[in-house]
Structure formats: structure tokens, C-alpha cells
Design a protein around this ligand. Structure first.
Ligand code: GLA
Length: 392
């Protein structure tokens, strides 16, 4: 009998400690900066520190951006104990010192690894070292881990990522877990209890076609996103130079409508005023960070012209008109009708009474003066208009 009593606390201990992901992380989509889109493997300590500085001085931090994430190529080998070794030439003070610097700026630090034997750039992967690496990351003060999917041959995606989730949990430091499995195994169907965000497609590149093509692939995924678990249509290309300002506005707006993670990927130290204004448009960012955490759904699809609706907390909603075409479009927009649209139980958008709301243009930063509920609106090529119904 005595023995039995002795066993009870232990049994209880194991029962209440099932491996799980950390609760309370990424309740709104994570926002930050990642080195890959602009710098690829060409990263070093001074560059990353400079980005952290610029995150603060540019106003990006004030706008909500908080993670500084180093992507592939910070690591070169493993030592005789299997410990991951950072590139000493590029990171002369080691990764912990970099994390400390980033924390001293009031920001958070993210790092990159890969579920396979090697990363996509051929650096050491995490396979077989998950618990060891997780402990190292916790020791360094890592706050965010992006785990890629290269060189995984016959590995099972769900169990591989579950393994890293368990390793992070065992290491004891709350770390946002970003699955970068490119949508290959439909992670939206199984990754909710495993990670905080999962890539839904292959890599973005800095072109209108790439961006809009990735956007189109998000259409049926809204129901899988919510606080703590987000669809990730990949990082931002705003400011990298190969889209027009209008296209970058569209890119940023669409990502915010999708409640997508917002990882800037440009040179924060040399931003044009236009790109800075896009990335720090707080009214647009508020859509992304809305605590209801709903991803927009497509209400009307006329091919080149679409209307997307995002339900917001407080019984408000955002409506985005998108002109994907190369030609200007003039459309009749009926705000009374749009206020009544409930985009289904799934998306949680309810029917509103237009007279109880003002309608705000989130790029013009002005309320519309609607003499009539339906008005003609011009949409230049590749552009959006985004309106928020705000309770009076
Ligand atoms: C993959 C990922 C990218 C980036 C590179 C790094 O392609 O999808 O986001 O991390 O690997 O090698």
C-alpha cells in the first residue's frame, strides 16, 4: 500500500506532462524580419545587429515588428559532441552574444534549422540532434525557430516536426515554432497542435507573379488559421526592388487580410519612404493583428477582380477589393450590401447595419463620405482598396 502511494505522484507527474507545444505563443501572427529574402547566405553579425538597430529607429518596432530571425547559413558543422557550431568568421562573438544584443533592443531573436540531415544550403540539419539543439537554442536565448524541410528523404513530416516540438518543450524555453514544409504534406490539417505557423507553399520571390500566385493558393485555408496557429504564405518581399510600390502595397495588404505572419525581408537600414510607409501602416497592420485571428475569405471572385472579407473583433470587418489585372477597373461598390454580407459561420463575419458604422479607407487614412451607399471606385492595375467598417 505504501508503495502505491509512493507511485501516485510519479504517475500524476507523467500524466500532466504530455509533450505539447507552448501555450500562449503567437496569439496574433508573428511579426519580424528574416535575413533570407534579401541576403541569402550572405549574413554576418554586424549586418544582423544593424537590422536590429534599424528595426527600432525606422519605427518598425513601434509598428509591432519584434523578431529578428537569422535564416540558413549561420551554422557550419558539429563538434565532437555533436553540438552545432556557428560560423566563427561571420559570427565572431557567437550566437548568444547576438541574441543578447537583440534582446537589449527590446526585440526577440529567431534562428533557422532543418528537419533533415542538412539544411537547404547544405549546412548541418537537426535530424538526430533535436533535443541537443533545442537545449542549445534555449541556452542561447532563442525565441523563434524556423525549421525547414530539405534533405528529409523518407522522413514523415508530422512525426519529424512533432519530435522537434517535444524537444523544444523539454528544453523549457517558450520558442515560437515555425514549420517550413512548403505545404507538401498539407500541414494545415495536422500542424495546429505542433507549431505556431506553417508554410503553405513553395518559396516566394520578389515578383508580382510569384506573390499573387502564392496568394491565390490561400483561398481554401482560412478555416485552419487562428490564434496560436497560422497559415504562412511565406515572408514579405516589400522593399526588395522588383515590384512597383503599388504592388508592394497590394502584397502587404493581402498578407494582412490573410492574418499571415509578417516577416519583412528587406534592408531595413535603407528603406525608401514609400516602403517604410507600407511596412509601418498601422491601420493595415491592425487587420493582421486583430485578436479574433480570422483569415479573410473570398466573397466574390470575378477572376481578375475579387472581394475579400476579414471579420474583426468588436463586430467590425475589413473589405479588400483586388484588381489582379493589367488594366484599370472601375467597379460599383455597394457598401450597404457589403455591410450585410455574412461570409459564413466558418469565417465568423456577421451582418452589420451600415448606419451604425463609418467606412474607413486604410491607405488614404480617411473615412468615406457616402452620399449614397453604392459608389464607383477606380482600381489601377495590380492594386487594392481596403476599407474597414468601424463602429460609430
Ligand atoms: C528553403 C526555405 C526558405 C529559406 C531557404 C534557406 O528554401 O523555404 O525560406 O529558408 O530554404 O536555404
Amino acid at each position: 500500500m505504501k508503495k502505491l502511494f509512493f507511485l501516485i505522484p510519479f504517475t500524476f507527474f507523467f500524466l500532466i506532462l504530455p509533450a505539447q507545444k507552448f501555450d500562449q505563443l503567437a496569439k496574433t501572427p508573428p511579426m519580424g524580419w528574416n535575413s533570407w529574402n534579401k541576403y541569402g547566405c550572405n549574413i554576418r553579425e554586424s549586418l544582423i545587429m544593424g537590422m536590429a538597430d534599424a528595426m527600432v529607429t525606422s519605427g518598425m518596432k513601434d509598428a509591432g515588428f519584434e523578431f529578428i530571425v537569422i535564416d540558413d547559413c549561420w551554422q557550419v558543422s558539429r563538434d565532437e559532441n555533436g553540438e552545432i557550431v556557428a560560423d566563427k568568421e561571420r559570427f565572431p562573438n557567437g550566437i548568444k552574444a547576438l541574441a543578447d544584443y537583440i534582446h537589449s533592443k527590446g526585440l526577440k531573436f529567431g534562428i533557422y534549422s532543418c528537419a533533415g540531415t542538412k539544411t537547404c544550403a547544405g549546412r548541418p540539419g537537426a535530424l538526430g540532434h533535436e533535443y541537443q539543439d533545442a537545449r542549445t537554442y534555449a541556452k542561447w536565448g532563442v525565441d523563434y525557430l524556423k525549421e525547414d524541410w530539405c534533405n528529409t528523404s523518407s522522413q514523415d513530416a508530422k512525426s519529424s516536426y512533432t519530435n522537434m516540438r517535444d524537444a523544444l518543450y523539454a528544453a523549457g524555453r517558450p520558442i515560437v515554432f515555425s514549420l517550413c514544409e512548403w505545404g507538401s504534406n498539407k500541414p494545415w490539417e495536422w500542424a495546429g497542435p505542433i507549431g505556431n505557423l506553417w508554410r503553405t507553399t513553395g518559396d516566394i520571390s520578389d515578383s508580382w507573379n510569384s506573390m499573387i500566385n502564392i496568394f491565390s493558393q490561400q483561398k481554401d485555408l482560412a478555416k485552419y488559421a487562428g490564434p496560436g496557429h497560422w497559415n504562412d504564405p511565406d515572408m514579405l518581399e516589400v522593399g526588395n526592388g522588383r515590384m512597383t510600390t503599388e504592388e508592394y502595397k497590394t502584397h502587404f495588404t493581402l498578407w494582412c487580410m490573410l492574418a499571415a505572419p509578417l516577416m519583412a525581408g528587406n534592408d531595413l537600414q535603407n528603406m525608401t519612404p514609400e516602403n517604410k510607409a507600407i511596412l509601418t501602416n498601422k491601420e493595415i497592420i491592425e487587420l493582421d493583428q486583430d485578436t479574433l485571428g480570422r483569415q479573410a475569405t473570398c466573397y466574390r471572385d470575378n477572376g481578375d477582380y475579387q472581394i475579400w472579407i476579414k471579420p474583426l473583433g468588436g463586430n467590425e470587418k475589413a473589405v479588400c477589393l483586388l484588381n489582379k489585372s493589367d488594366e484599370k477597373k472601375t467597379v460599383l461598390v455597394d457598401f450597404a450590401l457589403l455591410s450585410q454580407v455574412s461570409s459564413g459561420r466558418r469565417s465568423g463575419s456577421t451582418s452589420l447595419k451600415l448606419e451604425d458604422y463609418r467606412v474607413r479607407d486604410l491607405w488614404d487614412h480617411k473615412d468615406l463620405t457616402l452620399k449614397e451607399p453604392a459608389i464607383y471606385i477606380d482600381l489601377i492595375p495590380h492594386s487594392v482598396k481596403v476599407f474597414r467598417f468601424i463602429k460609430k
